[in-house]
Design a protein around this ligand. Sequence first.
Ligand code: MNH
Length: 556
Amino acid sequence: AANLCCGNPCQNRGVCSTVGFDRYECDCTRTGFYGDNCTTPELWTAVKMALKPSPESVHHLLTHFPGAWRLVNGVPFLRDAIMRYVLMSRSTLVPSPPTYNARYGYKSWESYSNVSYFTRVLPPVPEDCPTPMGVAGKAQLPDAQELAERFFRRRRFVPDPQGSNLMFAFFAQHFTHQFFKTDFKKGPEFTRALGHGVDLSHVYGDSLETQHQLRLFKDGKLKFQVIDGQVYPPSVEEARVAMMYPEHVPARARFAVGHESFGLVPGLMMFSTLWLREHNRVCAILREDHPEWDDERLFQTARLVLIGQTIKIVIEDYVQHLSGYHFRLKFDPELLFRENFQYRNRIAAEFNHLYHWHPLMPDAFALQGRVVRYPQFLFNNSVLLEHGVEGLVDSFARQQAGRIGGGKNIHSSVLRVAVAGIKHSRQMRFQSFNAYRRRFGLKSYRSFEDVTGETEMAAELREMYGDVDALELYPGLILERPRPGAIFGETMVEMGAPFSLKGLMGNPICSPEYWKPSTFGGARAFELVNTASLRGLVCRNIPGPCPEHVSFRVPG
Ligand code: MNH
């Protein structure tokens, strides 16, 4: 007989266990529901359900009525209360401490303690199920390459209606790669980013050895080189870290930074250069206030300052833009000091999977009046040297990124990444799109038309998957009908936001013992954290006047 948990009988986050070979049990403890399959709400649950607005209504409210929001944003008590609600309602969807991984679909000490795994919010589909998605669908999933060709390959560039630009795209890639670092040598379920969060390992390296190679060991600073009067990362000869460069790359363009593959895209190296300059700038400021400190203390403290600045920029510039909310988001750890919130984080495989935002990438790159195609752009740091950070910022800020949702918008140069992602998700036995929807408090889609909001792709999907309950997570996220005027659909937001906010606020610097001026070197440095912005990061670290337009959205 098949494993009776294959069909996900337990609802409302109840835990399914097999009992013997022909029985199963749902553990409904603390779900607010009872009954064999945790389907009957307790009285209090029923009341809350009746009062709770749908994600669609909340989203509508937050993205409309700008006049009313201007008022709310101006009342500190209201702004704090709403921000606290946003943080708590999102982060309670992420188990903390973490639970499963690709190997363990039940709680185990190994799964909890072995941080070389990505964690999992939903356990893997058991091995002994009738179909790859449990019980729904066909015995075989559609060919991943064919899915990519039919539904993901770009026909004609679809711009993001929210106006995201390439500053946004490269910031997304740069920021997330500090914690999405699959250890492909071991398999897609393993990570090399053992800090599991915003540790700035992409600036400082993911090992002490790398960090020491990158450090100058003077005044806390990082090694650098000066080219055409500007500061850039050191070459791999000056900082002996393992960087991934193809053979044809000349020595002078082999920069050494904290992440071994950041030579891949000049947009990544541009942000690495900005953070390198910022680190050394912060060190100089700290040294003014603390001439008594040694190199080590200056370095360590600057790192904490940069972590704080990163979180500030991510919440107040990056997520603010991405959300499309008129409500003004706030980075203020004190909002959570009276809440039941765990200051820890573990990166989930599902979070990595959903962040494969390759549709953002354009057809080619428009750099100060010339068009650079992929082969000339990739692994070409001389693009950065030719334009300078300021030239790239100016160009990237003006070029619109692609829409992530809606399908048929991934450039051929990165299409294979989507294929690989789907294959990895199968290896890791991800549950279905609908299973993830339910896990994050959303209703299952009843049909493929329901998912895509159209009929053409829906018909093809039905033919390929057989059953909407067998639709896989990534195709679901990408092909789901985007919200009107938005970069993607409901599920990307409802799944992504909890992981994102938990990872940002779960950082130790946000905890009561850390979140105080002394941690960051005093009031002046604390202010660097509390006033950080994308514009500040750029304009304090480039020569000449601040470019008119430094933003995550195209001008106009
Ligand atoms: Mn991208 C992984 C290429 C832009 C997010 N990306 C990969 C991989 C390649 C790659 C190759 C490894 C694939 C594999 O073996 O599974 N990515 C690119 C290129 C560009 C790019 C050439 C731009 C040009 N990537 C982006 C952008 C994002 C992004 C923009 C937005 C956030 N990429 C990811 C994520 C991964 C990934 C997330 C997974 C990383 C990991 O698990 O190690």
